[in-house]
Write a protein that binds this ligand. Sequence first.
Ligand code: FAD
Length: 406
Amino acid sequence: MLFLNFFSAMKEHNVIIVGGGISGLSLAYYCAEAGMKTALLEKNSEVGGSFASPKYSSSGRNFWLELGAHTCYSSYQNLLDIIEGCGASGTIIPRAKVPFSLMIDGQIKSIVSQLSIPELLMSAPNLFKLKKTGQSVKSYYSKIVGEHNYRDVVSHFFNAVPSQPTDDFPADMMFKSREKRKDMLKNYTFSDGLQGVAFAIAARRGISVFPGMDVQNIRFENGKYLIKTAGGDEFIASILALAMPSASASALLRDLNPDIANHLGQLKAATVDSVGVIVRKEHVSLKPVAAIISPGDVFFSAVSRDTVPDETFRGFAFHFRPGLDEKIKRERITSVLGVSFSKIEHTVSRINTVPSLRMNHAQWLDKTNTMLKDKKNLLLTGNYFGGMAIEDCVIRSKSECERLKG
Ligand SMILES: Cc1cc2nc3c(=O)[nH]c(=O)nc-3n(C[C@H](O)[C@H](O)[C@H](O)COP(=O)(O)OP(=O)(O)OC[C@H]3O[C@@H](n4cnc5c(N)ncnc54)[C@H](O)[C@@H]3O)c2cc1C
């Protein structure tokens, strides 16, 4: 009797998902669609994770800036199905066509101006001969664009995608070709930024969202998971899903399932120190850009909001290498933008985590799926399975929900 009272005091659900980024949210969507009572626990005060579009208001003008993901494509078919399912298709907006640019010796340059065209023409036929499978990004792409073009230009664009060196990434895990939806814009964003999608999914019926829940401990007793947060809240569910970076998932599984915890612990990830700044338009003379990439710099990219032009403000998210002191970041931001610090009207920051994928990843993934095969009450999703693109996260969540139902 005492035992029953203990459980009834807790919040019980069929499925509890820990982590409220797009992986956890898409899994919550699929589970709720399948009729399961689904709860999502998120450490931060808002859902979104790397869908982070903080808002800024001043003198009656509203603005938002992406501190993480910024672009979706017509090939993100599963994401688009979810957006439609949530009635959020009307929030899709086009991105203005502004260039991705290089910064060389303090000057903005076009990518084409920095490429050796003869080397490109000599190497291009390899595109039809070589396969990506079994090749690293460096070995494959230095043959496709030429060694110097790869080293001096192209590699810096690749590094900007996951904000870390990508030479050793598997070539077939970057820029996957997927079937496109013909009725969709090739690339697009959303009227309130990508975090608007996170909010739309979180508001879906059948999903209970609990923000501010930093899950610290999970036990398995009498066929149920008991989930405890840093603040002392407790939840109970028959099915547990972890939708967080691999190292955090590994730590939570240490006592529950040491084999899977060790396996997850083998993966590496990079932290990205993302700093967003908002400036009045008249203070920045820089021509509109989608992003600035400065080879060998302390930041991997400075992603701009010029893709959704605003009458009053411009915004830039600098994705820095981790561990820099504030002064270095501040100096770099002001010198790239050509503004004094006093002209920066608003600053916002966040730490993102992105996987560091390696050549044996396909084998690692096969082993993961084998280990999970007979564990229907444990689901794992995130950006470190089939790839780190948004659509890869959604595909993983969909297949984990199918495994649960099947
Ligand atoms: C700067 C940047 C730009 C990108 N741009 C693009 C792009 O344009 N297009 C694209 O397709 N992809 C892009 N990506 C990749 C893509 O956005 C991410 O891979 C994806 O959003 C990751 O989602 P996720 O849910 O797996 O992880 P996250 O978004 O990291 O979410 C994990 C969540 O788990 C929560 N959490 C962690 N530990 C706990 C705990 N103990 N208790 C409770 N909650 C916890 C975290 O707070 C977080 O909210 C970008 C990534 C970054 C970092």
